[in-house]
Design a protein around this ligand. Structure first.
Ligand SMILES: [Zn+2]
Length: 306
């Protein structure tokens, strides 16, 4: 006997839904196969989606990169890769003059640290780090041929707010007077090309004043900057403790200290520097750049004139 069953359209739909629900429930209730993989492999499989998730959102990385770029732009704005347009000029009464130290009558004790013969690999940056740590601004007298070798180091000096002076191209002691022009002008040109800095401070190599360099500098209205305390760090035989003693023994307010960050191995200068700074601070000194020091004397002079 055959039983014939017929369904209307609505009934067919209901039946299809029941059948689908039934197969879903059957699937859920069906016993799960025991895991065939070891636990470590299963754990890796569980972690996989997280890694995939990260790769599926490259936009997060793009946003982070953009933020880093914006932050970098904000701190380097106007610096043009380490350049900083500025002029280190001397007050009118110091132009064309030779200066050993500032004559100051004020109560405030000040001192100017100067570093010659750089920029130099390694030691200039070590000096910069120490100055930054102690929040000291100093003055660097550059040699043109060293600046040509290490322009990236020079830019760091300028960006960190130190003053700059000219210390000739080749650091000659004796020369044909006609060569003085080139020694000073080529260095001035390169200082400007590399850092956008113009300076009217000149330091004669070895402090020699009679070989034509100082005469040319004076004629060009540079201030010829000598010093009042020589650390003698240029002599490799000078011990660190003697350097420290040389500086501290010979200094009073308005003084200019001669140190070297380049031109040779200056590890002893690097070693002596924190001690020198700390001792000056103990004695109540404030650190200024050479242009600031000259301006202080100029200001006192103006007040006295009134
Ligand atoms: Zn020198």
């Amino acid at each position: 006997m055959t039983i014939r069953v017929s369904f209307s359209g609505v009934q067919k739909t209901c039946l299809a839904l029941v059948a689908a629900a039934g197969s879903f429930i059957a699937g859920v209730l069906m016993p799960v196969d025991p895991p065939s993989e070891p636990a470590s492999v299963r754990l890796t499989n569980i972690l996989k989606p997280a890694v995939k998730l990260d790769l599926e959102f490259p936009s997060v990385k793009a946003i982070a990169d953009q933020r880093v770029e914006q932050w970098w732009d904000s701190i380097t704005q106007g610096q043009d890769e380490g350049k900083k347009k500025q002029v280190f000029s001397s007050p009118a009464s110091f132009q064309g003059k030779i200066v050993q130290q500032a004559e100051l009558a004020g109560q405030e004790k000040v001192i100017a640290l100067t570093f010659d013969d750089g920029p130099w690999i390694d030691t200039t940056e070590k000096v910069l780090n120490i100055l930054k740590q102690y929040q000291v601004k100093a003055t660097f007298f550059w040699i043109g041929k060293h600046l040509k070798l290490y322009p990236h180091i020079a830019k760091k000096v300028v960006v960190q707010g130190h003053a700059i002076g000219n210390h000739t191209w080749n650091h000659p002691y004796s020369l044909n007077p006609s060569e003085a022009t080139k020694e000073i002008e080529d260095t001035a040109t390169l200082i400007y090309q590399v850092t956008d800095v113009k300076t009217s401070l000149f330091r004669p190599p070895g402090g020699v004043l009679n070989n034509g360099l100082a005469a040319y500098a004076q004629q060009q209205k540079y201030t010829v900057m000598m010093w009042s305390a020589d650390s003698r760090d240029w002599n490799t035989g000078t011990s660190t403790s003697t350097m420290i003693d040389n500086v501290l023994r010979n200094t009073r307010s308005g003084g200019i200290v001669l140190l070297h960050d380049g031109g040779g191995n200056r590890w002893q200068t690097v070693e002596a520097l924190p001690v020198i700074i700390a001792e000056f601070k103990n004695r109540g000194y404030k650190f200024v750049t050479v242009p600031e020091l000259l301006q202080m004397e100029e200001n006192e002079r103006k007040i006295r004139a009134k």
